[in-house]
Design a protein around this ligand. Sequence first.
Ligand code: GTP
Ligand code: MG
Length: 197
Amino acid sequence: MKIKSAEFTMSNSEVAKCPKDRLPEYAFIGRSNVGKSSLINMLVDQKNLAKTSGRPGKTQLINHFLINKNWFLVDLPGYGYARVSKKAKKTFQKFITDYFEKRKQLVLAFVLIDCRHEPQPIDMEFMQYLGESAIPFNIIFTKADKLKPGALERNLASYEQKMLETWEEMPQYFITSSSKYIGRDELLDYVENVNDE
Ligand code: GTP
Ligand code: MG
């Protein structure tokens, strides 16, 4: 898919205030600092459409970006990190779970996982939650530029093994690097196909 236009629409902390359009949307979720906002910038080929930072906790709201005037990319706050309280650290913010449970326009979620890390309980829990809530999701392994191909392959194999302890099959996954523009065409083509279904 070619990106002809990408524009920021609005930020919200309440799902009820999100855009009223019936356009399909795709949400990016994952631990803070995993690279959600950077991935959106890579997909739209703009440096700063979504705000990024080296410090975790940059994205704090539900952000809608209108793509080609007919679908949305949604940037969400990360989980697993909170400057505010220890309690919020372990749980998923209510407005995020509200978003997943109430947003009818959501077609599917992309769960981002840093390809360098061992499987983390919080990601497993979040995918479990999506599964129990019958929300379709795919995995995106991010920051692929940080690993040599052999190490990447080994990490993915052990990730898959861990997933198969609780899932019947490994969800469809993508490998990306926002700094090296890896995985861009695959992801955009995938979304295009889903939009056409
Ligand atoms: P929060 O909004 O805090 O939840 O973080 P986020 O998941 O949106 O991460 P963000 O896109 O802000 O990126 C976090 C840091 O990782 C930034 O310093 C980015 O430059 C860096 N980063 C993101 N993607 C990549 C990548 O593919 N490769 C490399 N090397 N660094 C990346
Ligand atoms: Mg962000």
